[in-house]
Write a protein that binds this ligand. Structure first.
Ligand SMILES: C[S@@+](CC[C@H](N)C(=O)[O-])C[C@H]1O[C@@H](n2cnc3c(N)ncnc32)[C@H](O)[C@@H]1O
Length: 287
């Protein structure tokens, strides 16, 4: 996947703020693990001294919102996303969290301009696989006592949809064998499996917490599943909109048939891992 194609996929998926929000809602309602992944990430941490906070790939402030009551009363959270439309939603999430907010829509490369050791806490939920090349800078801008909390998926994420898309595209002559879909390429850049190894040159302490989960749709609950599939669709396709229309139709037919014949429902893998990273080692010769 070329870099500009890569960015256009991200913009294509996340530009529709309302669809992103309703997908987040579908995920919350259909998760087999009903614990809050953010609360598990914060467990046992004292964040009361954190004043200068950064949320990378913040979207509507999912991670930031969970800071309520946990950080310094004068904390300021800077949200960074490439989609400018998230700004008002992010700022509202800051209000609900009781922190001051600011938003940068120029993309994550803006952190190149931030001074060394300038943040006490950096958050990045389900976004670092879009920009793992920024990890050295994340280490650089985090202060020595600061923390990076990042959540990523495992390599089986959406495996059922990936298999379906590959079979459907392959049998319709739209995908060569062994071609990886965008979602596989993104997740392979920073996942549960390789996250520790990728982070370890840049942080001396890394704690890894597995968060097992899947999405489950009852046989009579087909509509949220189709919505979820539609939202994720550009990440399941290599190129054109014609493919998108074809594959969404094929998926809908497939689900209608299999739901009609099956009482088993539909499961989508969605296992996550939380990385709690401290002692940034940028510039300390550890790399
Ligand atoms: C899966 S969403 C996660 C959003 C949020 N952190 C959450 O947990 O709900 C990934 C976000 O990363 C953003 N993103 C992707 N590439 C980016 C980049 N280069 N710079 C800034 N944001 C980026 C997307 O626009 C999207 O809002």
């Amino acid at each position: 996947m070329k870099d500009n194609n890569n960015e256009s996929k991200i913009v294509e998926v996340f530009t529709d703020v309302n669809a992103h929000r309703s997908t987040a809602d579908i995920i919350r309602r259909h998760s087999t693990n009903q614990n809050d992944v953010r609360e598990i990430a914060f467990e046992g941490l004292n964040l009361k001294q954190c004043r200068n906070i950064l949320d990378l790939g913040c979207a509507f402030g999912f991670f930031t919102e969970a800071l309520k009551g946990k950080v310094h009363p004068e904390a300021v959270v800077t949200g960074v996303d490439i989609i400018g439309n998230y700004e008002p939603l992010f700022l509202k999430a800051c209000q609900r969290a009781g922190v001051k907010g600011s938003f940068r829509s120029s993309g994550v490369s803006v952190i190149k301009d931030f001074k060394d050791s300038s943040f006490d806490l950096i958050l990045s939920s389900y976004s670092l696989y879009f920009f793992p090349e920024m990890i050295p800078d994340i280490s650089r801008i985090l202060n020595r006592d600061g923390l990076l909390l990042t959540i990523s998926h495992d390599k089986h994420n959406m495996g059922e949809l990936v298999r379906f898309a590959k079979d459907a595209l392959g049998s319709n002559g739209m995908l060569k064998q062994d071609t990886k879909l965008p979602i596989e390429i993104f997740i392979s850049r920073f996942s549960s499996e390789n996250g520790r190894e990728i982070l370890s040159p840049w942080f001396e302490d890394i704690r890894v917490i597995d968060f097992k989960n899947s999405l489950f749709f009852q046989p009579d609950d087909i509509s949220p599943l189709i919505k979820y599939f539609r939202f994720k669709c550009p990440f399941l396709l290599s190129e054109t909109p014609t493919e998108a229309r074809t594959i969404v139709k094929l998926f809908e037919n497939y689900l209608q048939e299999s739901f009609h014949y099956s009482r088993n429902g539909f499961k989508i893998s969605k296992g996550d891992t939380i990385f709690v990273c401290s002692k940034p080692s940028y510039g300390r010769g550890a790399q």
